[in-house]
Design a protein around this ligand. Structure first.
Ligand code: NAD
Ligand code: UDP
Ligand code: UDP
Length: 336
């Protein structure tokens, strides 16, 4: 009829929808070391909206500073041992301190995080129909009597030791995952992560790679805990993140080992750090802590077959990548 109507103003709901991505993903523990690298990768996909919940026990907002304020990103201070109400399609459940000095600091809290925290995330997954991935650990194999460890090995774990809050906690978390899967049909994924290293590890968290690199940079002796012949296999964090995403997107529940099978004694690791970072530094031996596993190396046959995944970054290439991040945070430049 010729009347000129003003163009419709988009409703607030419509505007909100404009930013709505195809996939809304919750990352618990997303302010931590592995979690923040995972968030970086997920945020690179414009179809993803990412919600991080973290209580900042060992993580920090600083690890996520590049995303704070981004329209597809949300950061919530929350403890997973409390009920959480959000609507999401996928849950990467990482929340749990990973370094022995932090998980032993308040062992009752650690086991609550593993058990009640995982139960809550499963309750959430059930309510909203989300797929959930748990980051379990090679520690479920305990001090292994089988070498290398494949996923069918049931482990050799001390149920009453100082590490039990962590390793038995993760074992219960795995049990809960499978019980929710069998009883309620929840889509689950379980990754058994082996030692991972890279930028953003806590400088003073006591883990061996971060200790040796910080010591080498500060020109303090590298402390090899006795006997020094114990072995570990170290996976660079970008490889870990690839593996976790492949597992989440694939069809296999797991558990699947994700780690780098390159095996080193702690003395060899110290020698590598010395050679690459500070040839002048001393290497000394010190007392060990109880229940330290003597050897650990993942059998990653299943990850290769099921996920088409294997690590790409060698230890000697990963260590220098971590060095620059540590130097920046410690404020100590390399002598030329
Ligand atoms: P991290 O300590 O850097 O990260 C853990 C994050 O969880 C932190 O940001 C912390 O603040 C948060 N958190 C802890 N308790 C919480 C709670 N109750 N509620 C909410 N947030 C909480 O450790 P990481 O190395 O990034 O490890 C991430 C996950 O991977 C953990 O589940 C860990 O068990 C597993 N994992 C790591 C390794 C490794 O070598 N880094 C090896 C095996 C398994
Ligand atoms: N839960 C949660 N968010 C949800 C749904 C459940 O945190 O959106 C928690 C809830 O507090 C409960 C746990 O998950 O303690 C397990 O939930 P479930 O529904 O499986 O068990 P129930 O509530 O029947 O004990
Ligand atoms: N370790 C070491 N020096 C250190 C810290 C650790 O020799 O300064 C050894 C420790 O005894 C263990 C290995 O390094 O055998 C890995 O320890 P970490 O705490 O990093 O990880 P996890 O025991 O959980 O594999």
């Amino acid at each position: 009829n010729g009347s000129t109507k003003p163009p419709p103003t988009p409703s607030p709901l419509r505007t909100a929808k404009f930013f709505q991505a195809n996939m809304r993903i919750l990352v618990t523990g997303g302010a931590g070391f592995i979690g923040s690298h995972l968030v970086d990768r997920l945020m690179q996909n414009e179809k993803n909206e990412v919600i991080v919940v973290d209580n900042y026990f060992t993580g920090s907002k600083d690890n996520l500073r590049q995303w704070i304020g981004h329209p597809r990103f949300e950061l919530i201070r929350h403890d997973v041992t409390e009920t959480l109400l959000v609507e999401v399609d996928q849950i990467y459940h990482l929340a749990c301190p990973a370094s022995p000095i932090f998980y032993k600091y308040n062992p009752v809290k650690t086991i609550k995080t593993n058990v009640i925290g995982t139960l809550n995330m499963l309750g959430l997954a059930k309510r909203v129909g989300a797929r959930i991935l748990l980051t379990s650990t090679s520690e479920v194999y305990g001090d292994p009597l089988v070498h290398p460890q494949d996923e069918s090995y049931w482990g050799n774990v001390n149920p009453i030791g100082v590490r039990s809050c962590y390793d038995e906690g993760k074992r219960v978390a795995e049990t809960l995952m499978f019980d929710y899967h069998r009883q309620h049909g929840i889509e689950i994924r379980i990754a058994r992560i082996f030692n991972t290293y890279g930028p953003r590890m806590n400088i003073d968290d006591g883990r061996v790679v971060s200790n040796f690199i910080a010591q080498a940079i500060r020109n303090e002796p590298l402390t090899v805990q006795l006997p020094g012949t114990q072995t570990r296999s170290f996976c660079y964090v970008s490889d870990m993140v690839d593996g976790l995403i492949k597992l989440m997107e694939g069809n296999n529940t797991g558990p699947i080992n994700i780690g780098n099978p390159g095996e080193f004694t702690m003395m060899e690791l110290a020698e590598n750090v010395k050679e690459l970072i500070n040839p002048e530094v001393q290497i000394i031996t010190v007392e060990n802590t109880p229940d330290d596993p003597r050897q650990r190396k993942p059998d990653i046959t299943k990850a290769k077959e099921v996920l088409g995944w294997e690590p790409k970054v060698k230890l000697r290439d990963g260590l220098p990548l971590m060095e620059s991040d540590f130097r920046e945070r410690l404020g100590i430049q390399r002598k030329v």
